[in-house]
Design a protein around this ligand. Structure first.
Ligand code: ADP
Ligand code: GLC
Length: 494
């Protein structure tokens, strides 16, 4: 067996290159950034050698850039015309993980980090090709390349075409879907121009989706050796019309290589006992005693009536349609009563930002709409709220419900994607469960779930406290899921 292994993969520890468009703490707009940080760290603990390849965006804070060292540079051709572009490699080792940032000011000086599809498509064509080129340049050939979302979806295609006969061509690829809503769609001519890839790829099995358009994610899914997504339920859902975002047929066709592996969270960062951002840190043994102090501090900071008996409901979210905010908007006034306070932290679509600001003005001292991205406030809301709302229309995995449970805050979620896989509904007869859930995407069902939760909180505190303790004990770490990724990588290594 072992002889056979050596013939296929490289001997020694498994080597994995992660390629993606964002990564905490350098640059994060959502859960992808969390996963790109925590999964490599968890794999290193399991003996894997990891490199993470990221764009060196201008918007990465200087304190990180100051610690990067220059590892080399070269020119790379891109586009149908074979134009050449500079590729610089800036390296940084943080917590045992090697990060290689691809430096190019033409592509990465704009955006936060995203700009708009017209600019982002060339940006990520360049990024995908440069990522493979730097692995060759660094002479570091991984066994597996783990690619994330549409921004890295060209990697499997370049790997089996332009790079097939180069050293990195020995690697296998896994493409992970974090969110199928974003796919990198543009005119065939635009993608052909920027990728410089051969004509035969611009047909229906790979990039083409209609007479005039091409889809980067679709091509990557066709070419990847394996596809993963971030929960078992989402892996099923995306093969249906409702959740498939137009790619359900394509995913169904490729279903043999598709697998759902649920995300975890980094339990060192999200540790309520050692969290320096909390006014009153706590563990399982003193959560019931300490949570009220965190709640009071949160109320004080946000200008809410300071009263630990209130049922404080948090929402920490990108404010987009995905997150079920129209349901919240529909029931907002019905949800409010004298026992309830609501804290919203998020940025996104203007109409949701405005709606939540409006509710703040209607319910002074009871509602706070903090329309910002603020890591430290997020920690305090996870700790100081009683419940956290996640009524998503679709949710590939969702991390906020995992963080909430880890902080002893009870999630109220819709049963979709990873929310369904991670939050077991409270059963009033057996007393089991982790949170309050509803199934169909209907406002009255969300209202009912909030009311059921509030009822238990106000009138059956023993059951509520039991949920809090169960949530804190739940294993939401990366260990188990990282083992599943490793198993998959080992299968590919052969
Ligand atoms: P998504 O990736 O779809 O946005 P996730 O639940 O997977 O959703 O991840 C969201 C991550 O972003 C979590 O770590 C959450 O705490 C964080 N987050 C979202 N909005 C904010 C905000 N306004 N301020 C701070 N953190 C936020
Ligand atoms: C996406 C999804 C979210 C998931 C995250 C990390 O942004 O919307 O559900 O948790 O990626 O995988």
């Amino acid at each position: 067996m072992s002889e056979q292994k050596d013939l296929k993969g490289t001997p020694g520890p498994m080597k994995v290159a992660f390629i993606g468009s964002e990564c905490y703490p350098f640059i994060k707009t959502g859960g992808l950034g969390d996963v790109m940080y925590a999964l490599p760290k968890a794999l290193i603990r399991q003996g894997v050698e990891v490199r993470v390849i990221l764009p060196c965006y201008r918007c990465i804070p200087d304190r990180f850039k100051e610690k990067m060292t220059f590892r080399g540079s070269f020119m790379m051709d891109l586009t149908l015309e074979g134009r050449t572009f500079y590729v610089g490699i800036m390296e940084s080792v943080v917590d045992g993980v090697t990060y290689d940032f691809i430096d190019n000011r033409e592509f990465f000086d704009w955006g936060n980090p995203y700009t708009g599809l017209w600019e982002d498509i060339p940006k990520y064509c360049y990024f995908s090709k440069a990522s493979l080129a730097i692995l060759n340049y660094l002479n570091w050939v991984p066994d597996v390349i783990s690619c994330h979302d549409w921004q890295a979806a060209l990697v499997p295609v370049y790997l089996r075409t332009r790079f097939d006969l180069t050293p990195v061509g020995a690697a296998r690829s896994v493409l992970t879907i974090h969110n199928l809503r974003f796919q990198g769609i543009c005119s065939i001519a635009h993608l052909k121009y920027w990728t410089g890839l051969p004509d035969f790829l611009f047909d229906y099995p790979v990039f083409k989706i209609n007479d005039s358009e091409a889809n980067m994610f679709k091509g990557g899914l066709a070419y990847a050796d394996r596809i993963t997504t971030v929960s078992a339920t989402y892996a099923e859902e995306i093969q249906t019309d409702f959740y498939g975002e137009g790619l359900n047929g394509h995913l169904w066709y490729h279903r043999e290589k598709l697998k759902g592996i649920v995300n975890g969270i980094d339990v060192d960062i999200w540790n309520s006992r050692t969290d320096k951002l909390l006014p009153a840190p706590y563990g399982e043994e003193d959560v019931l005693a300490q949570k009220p102090a965190n709640k009071r501090a949160l109320q004080e900071r946000l200008g809410l009536a300071v009263d630990e008996s209130k049922f404080v409901v948090g929402l920490i979210s990108r404010l987009t349609d995905q997150k079920g905010l129209d349901l919240i908007n529909t029931i907002f006034t019905q949800m409010m009563d004298d026992d309830t306070q609501v804290v919203i932290l998020g940025t996104g679509d203007q109409r949701y930002e405005d709606a939540f600001r409006y509710y703040e003005s209607v319910y002074p001292g009871q509602v706070c709409a903090y329309i910002k991205y603020d890591e430290s406030l997020a920690h305090q809301i996870y700790a100081g709220s009683d419940a956290l709302l996640v009524p998503s229309l679709f949710e590939p995995c969702g991390l906020t419900q995992l963080i909430a449970m880890r902080y002893g805050t009870v999630p109220i979620v819709r049963e979709t994607g990873g929310l369904k896989d991670t939050v077991e509904p409270f059963n009033e007869y057996t007393g089991e469960g982790n949170g309050f859930t509803f199934d169909q995407y209907r406002a009255e069902l969300l209202l009912d779930a909030v009311r059921r939760g509030r009822e238990v909180y106000l009138n059956d505190r023993a059951s509520w406290d039991a949920i809090v303790l169960r949530d804190m004990e739940k294993d939401v770490s990366w260990e188990r899921s990282a083992s599943l990724y490793l198993e998959l990588f080992e299968e590919l290594k052969g």
